[in-house]
Design a protein around this ligand. Structure first.
Ligand SMILES: Cc1cc2nc3c(=O)[nH]c(=O)nc-3n(C[C@H](O)[C@H](O)[C@H](O)COP(=O)(O)OP(=O)(O)OC[C@H]3O[C@@H](n4cnc5c(N)ncnc54)[C@H](O)[C@@H]3O)c2cc1C
Length: 402
């Protein structure tokens, strides 16, 4: 079509995944990249994220991707010239008798892949976090080099550097519709006009399912609401991030003065919401529930006053693992969704996987694990047990540095 704006690559969404991907493409020398964002940078869940960068997973590929993410945010200033707000706090997973096998298994997986994590006894925990309740614990897993980042700051950092390297960013530009217009051509209708792309990298997170449904491609991803509060303690002690699956919450320092409390209740996944109708605030019952859960682990929070609260959404896939790669039957569209509440720490690695579909003749080997077709094949991703590690000697070289 004469006069139609065309681009080699169009990235949909300037959340952390879109911004990391734009930077990754620029680093690989890809020219003519346009990032479309219906709002502004990090205006979606990225800007509401807790930003925790821990490395505990029971699947080795996720352990390595989380480690890669931690390192990318910690070195963001060197890489981009801008800061991602990485704050080193350490991360502690508290463990009781029932959760010990899973925790030990996860620790084995981490140590197999050289994450410097270790088992803490109850006495070690009490020394590390003097105001913690340990009566129901038998120990914990501790990652000394973990912490949290600033997701909105990180997205801005990666996109800013990508723009300096030639990527074009268009805010307030919504993808309204799309269609395959021919071999290697996707037509995109936006709120600012039509354009054509050789490749569309669909990084619209929780909005990916809606974008796909326009062309009759239902994907097994739902959107659930998650609520967070910050509280102000009279004198906040120095603590690591505490992840407590026994009270279904996580507690982390927020800046210099506040403490952030988030929910890790698996039942939250059932709070399915329409992504465009999710309230941004928090309900009184959720506030009370978060405070009472956190106080069970850290009684000192009894005297803390609530400073602020908000909601955000997770894009939850049918097996809780990301869906990354091409849309089956649609040449030229590659997506990232179903990040299931883990997308901040995984974004730098996801960016490599998405970019490989643009630059490499053989895509990143990790894409095979996260393929959409695994659901149709009856082959969802499952966590790996320790015994399976002995057969995975080559896993590290397959997944690192690609
Ligand atoms: C409360 C909360 C706490 C979390 N805590 C953590 C944590 O501690 N650690 C962790 O690793 N992860 C965490 N996560 C998850 C993580 O933040 C997300 O997985 C990640 O931010 C998702 O990034 P994204 O770029 O895929 O999506 P998004 O942030 O959703 O970005 C997608 C962008 O696409 C844009 N967009 C959508 N549709 C269109 C369209 N049609 N046209 C143009 N643009 C469009 C949106 O406006 C949005 O900016 C948390 C999430 C929430 C909500």
């Amino acid at each position: 079509m004469a006069g139609t704006e065309t681009h080699h690559v169009v990235v949909i969404g300037a959340g952390i995944v879109g911004c990391c991907t734009a930077f990754e493409l620029a680093k690989r020398g890809v020219k003519d990249v346009l990032v479309l964002e219906k709002g502004t940078v990090a205006s979606g869940p990225t800007g509401r994220s807790s930003g925790i960068l821990r490395q505990f997973y029971t699947h080795p590929t996720l352990v390595q991707m989380a480690r890669q993410g931690l390192q990318a945010y910690a070195s963001c200033r060197d890489e981009t010239g801008y800061d991602a707000g990485f704050t080193l706090t350490g991360w502690l997973l508290v463990v009781n008798q029932a959760s010990e096998p899973v925790a030990r298994n996860g620790l084995d997986v981490q140590q197999h892949f050289s994450v410097p994590s270790r088992w803490l006894s109850v006495e070690d925990i009490a020394e590390l976090v003097p105001d913690i309740t340990t009566a129901d614990l038998i120990g914990g897993v501790y990652e000394a080099d973990s912490g949290y980042g600033d997701p909105a700051g990180a997205a801005n950092a990666f996109l800013s550097r990508a723009r300096e390297m030639g990527v074009v960013y268009r805010p307030d530009c919504e993808l309204l519709d799309w269609a395959v217009a021919g071999p290697g051509v996707i037509e995109v209708v936006t709120s600012q006009g039509k354009l054509q792309a050789g490749v569309v990298l669909n990084c619209a997170g929780s909005w990916v399912p809606g974008i796909l449904e326009r062309r009759g491609c239902p994907i097994p991803v739902s959107t659930s609401r998650h609520q967070i509060i910050t509280v102000r303690e009279a004198a906040r002690p120095t603590r690591p991030i505490v992840s407590d699956p026994l009270t279904y919450c996580y507690i982390r320092p927020e800046g210099r003065d506040l403490t952030l409390i988030g929910s890790s209740d698996p039942a939250d996944a059932e709070d399915v919401v329409d992504v465009d109708a999710c309230p941004s605030g928090i309900e009184a019952t959720a506030m009370e529930s978060l405070v009472s859960r956190a106080r069970r682990r850290l009684p000192a929070l009894e005297d803390a006053g609530i400073a602020h609260g908000w909601s955000g959404v997770y894009d939850v896939s049918a097996d809780g693992f990301p869906i990354l790669g091409p849309v089956p039957g649609v040449e030229g569209m590659v997506l990232a969704t179903g990040l299931s509440g883990h997308g901040f720490k995984l974004a730098p690695a996801i960016a490599e996987i998405l970019a490989s579909f643009v630059t490499d003749s053989i895509p990143d080997s990790r894409a095979q694990l996260f393929r959409w077709s695994r659901f149709a094949e009856g082959d969802p991703i499952r966590s790996i047990t320790t015994s399976a590690l002995t057969t995975m000697k080559d896993e590290r070289t397959t997944h690192v540095g690609t």
